[in-house]
Design a protein around this ligand. Sequence first.
Ligand code: HEM
Length: 446
Amino acid sequence: MHLPPTPRTSSTLQLLRWIFTPMSYMDECASAYSDIYSLNVRPDYAAVFISNPDALQTILTSDTKELSAPGELNNIFTPILGTQSVITASGKQHLRKRQLVMPALHGERMRAYADIINQVTSEVISTLQIGARFSIRNVTQTITLKIIMQAVFGLYDSPPARELEQVLKNILDSTSSPLSLAAATFPIFGKVLGSLNPARDFDTLLQQADKIIYEEIQERRSSLDFEKRIDILSLLMSARDEDGQAMTDVELRDELMTLLTAGHETTATALAWAVYFIYKNENVKTKLLSELNSLGDNPDSNTIFKLPYLTAVCNETLRIYPVGLLTFPRRVEKPISLCGYNLEPGALVYGSIYNTHRRKDLYPNPEQFKPERFLERQYSAYEFLPFGGGARRCIGLAFAQFEMKLVLARMLTSVQLELVTKTKVNPKRRGLVSAPDRPIYINRLL
Ligand code: HEM
């Protein structure tokens, strides 16, 4: 197979760089090889990373007979999400699951989520003491976890909901270290690490989470009015596929776990970066506040959602430090030519979101946080793709964008904050996604 260029170092060194310093490694590879390169970072196949918009369009929109997006390639998620999650499912099953879950995260439903988002944000902000210093990611994670719990289960302040919140935080913390990723990719490494493996308590935590989720499902099944409830669990229980089939308990558990985990960590990190950049750049903060204040008291959530500068700030945040560095892998099914290289069936191709968002031809001075670039130019879906694209495009895209904007609007207009961390914060790996490399401290002034 004629593979795209790869660094002239051993597979072990490639893997170590990928696990411990992924962003600087991707920067180096993009400067050396530009649009396309391959790295030996999977136990099965070499991974081809692509950041050329035309090639991205090809891989994300090709017919599934040419490039597929099978769930078995995402089996690193199986221990948490199970085999029945939309992320781990393939082909027709994958499509069926997307069709069952998507209505709960789109359209009219967003209006109901606006109230939840505003209420939770105000409640969490009110607990921040004036003059106290706090880590912004802890705050945004508390907000997004409570929001997704409320959206999924309809209540977050009950004892089981509070317990589940804590267990989910612990599960994600235990899998956030690069060592846990190495152990999950290569189980032999996990055995060598033994009690040093940060994910050693993982099975116990997962059992605790499962117990609470299955009890909640059972309670709904035995309560006659669940069809009248409007939370995501009730919607999923009432949903029927083309053949009139409802989801099984295992399917429901796997989907809930998917939404609870994918649905809060990512947005929490994006919000933490947004707060960092807004308060680091005085002119950005001033422009944003002036746009928000022009709306008067109690603006409608849809009006906030459409604000041009707020939208540009959120886009620039997701561009500069995309939470997901890559799309899920696509597998070549028929020989295909990409950026001048012929890829044979079996090759695994990733859309490199991080590299695409740093292309100098699209984003001059890519290291600079400049929301105005999104006002000066329209980017295509293959030039700006923080939520991936095609068959596996993020199903929480609308929810996440809505949430980011409403949380920021509420935060900026109801409290005065000051950035305590003055030195530059960089992104680092957090499990399979990225996050700030150290706490970003904020002080509440008023
Ligand atoms: C800022 C926040 C978020 C970012 C940056 C993000 C990013 C992504 C990316 C890059 C993908 C892979 C797409 C691909 O391979 O083409 C993805 C998939 C996915 N996301 Fe998100 N996401 C976010 C929020 C959410 C939320 C709020 C939810 C749920 C409520 C969610 C649920 C999912 C699911 C279920 C998938 C898998 C879709 C599939 O396999 O068909 N995400 N996301």
